[in-house]
Design a protein. Structure first.
Length: 377
């Protein structure tokens, strides 16, 4: 039986398979999983360190109970068997029986990413999930979460236009992150207490928020509460897809953007936030972890002349991909519509507008989206 689960970071779809066979060799155990031709090679110390017996692992919170550092690294198995679908190991030194489940061993294989990169809105399947379904059913919540995981953003309709309802909606994923803007904030051209380009009515180029935070917010939500006039469409662009295009078109520029740390700042009376990270950050396997791009908030930095010139070329090449309107999903949010997006993947922008455009906004942590995906069936 295949069980679909979301396992480790970032947003992934994991298939749990079964154990076909387990055999000891001189250095440990070979385990054949039902979906792989090649066996997993598990050393003796690894088996004891990862045993799921109750003296080694807390069965509820999955915290390690075994003292890794006092384990005898030379001890060997007396027997290795497959019992009730699990690998069972008895030890020559009389240590507690070790147990390894198929779920544990399946989790070691790279998980399929849930994200489907898109370079055109025609590649997207977009739906608005009704507010009541998201709030009151796991199936509705799951549809919203999977859209965010797949496309980098997800939409909800029928959201009551008060701020408390918007907060309740965001809290279906995780707690609202408190920042200098408070927990929930209002975004409109009438707000005057923040001297930021977001609080205006001009066009805003695609950007990510929180370049001035060492841990830029993972998720951001806009819930529209008032709307009159013209324009003001919200813009989404898939930063991961744009970075992948840059990697294939111009690998040197891509590489430079993964190495040069770019500072960003936020300044108003009594506040001067600043942080720095590369425009594109990668996981250890080379896949893209996060895109950070906000030319409005970039603060001064200087490289040696030749590298500075190369950086401007690379940064401009990436910008050109991001402002390619053919790659934008644009939509005018109306009262009752909410847009939650992955601020590490999708850049957001706005077309110029007239009239009134009021959003309730907030940030949510990326790990809380990942957690909700893992636990919501
Ligand atoms: Fe923004």
């Amino acid at each position: 039986m295949k069980e679909y689960r979301c396992l480790p970071c970032p947003v992934t779809l994991k298939i749990v398979t079964t154990i076909d066979r387990a055999e000891a060799n001189d250095s440990g155990i070979l385990v054949w999983m039902s979906d792989k031709a090649q066996p997993l090679e598990l050393s003796w110390i690894w088996v004891r360190d990862h045993s799921e017996d109750p003296t080694s692992l807390d069965p509820v919170n999955r915290q390690r109970e075994v003292d890794t550092f006092s384990l005898d690294r030379t001890s060997m198995a007396k027997s290795v068997d497959l019992v009730d679908g699990r690998v069972q190991v008895e030890w020559t030194d009389g240590s507690p029986t070790s147990l390894l489940s198929s779920g544990l061993l399946s989790s070691l294989s790279p998980a399929a990413p849930m994200a489907r990169p898109w370079r055109s809105p025609s590649e997207l399947e977009v739906e608005f999930v009704p507010f009541d379904e998201v709030m009151h059913t796991n199936a509705g919540l799951r549809r919203w979460l999977e859209a965010i995981g797949r496309n980098g953003f997800g939409l909800v309709s029928g959201v009551p236009t008060d701020q408390a309802s918007a907060q309740s909606l965001a809290s279906r994923i995780g707690y609202v992150r408190r920042t200098i803007f408070g927990d929930m904030w209002t975004l409109s051209s009438e707000v005057v207490e923040h001297a930021d380009s977001a609080y205006g009515s001009a066009t805003l180029e695609p950007h990510t928020d929180g370049c001035y935070s060492h841990d830029g917010p993972g998720m951001q939500m806009f819930a529209c509460s008032e709307r009159t006039g013209t324009g003001g469409e919200s813009v989404m662009v898939d930063g991961f897809a744009a970075a992948d295009v840059l990697r294939s078109m111009d690998p040197d520029s891509f590489d430079l953007l993964t190495r040069v740390s770019v500072p960003g700042h936020y300044i108003e009376a009594g506040i001067h936030l600043q942080a720095s990270r590369p425009t594109i950050t990668l996981h250890a396997d080379g896949s893209i972890r996060q895109v950070t791009f906000n030319n409005y908030d970039r603060s001064p930095f200087l490289l040696p002349a030749a590298e500075m010139a190369a950086w401007y070329n690379a940064y401009s090449a990436f910008h050109e991909l991001l402002v390619d309107e053919a790659s934008w999903w644009t939509h005018r949010l109306e009262p009752g519509d909410a847009l939650m997006f992955d601020n590490w993947r999708c850049l957001h922008g706005r077309l110029a507008y007239t009239g009134t455009r009021v959003f309730h906004g907030c940030y949510v942590n990326h790990e809380d989206l990942e957690s909700r995906l893992r636990v919501t069936a």
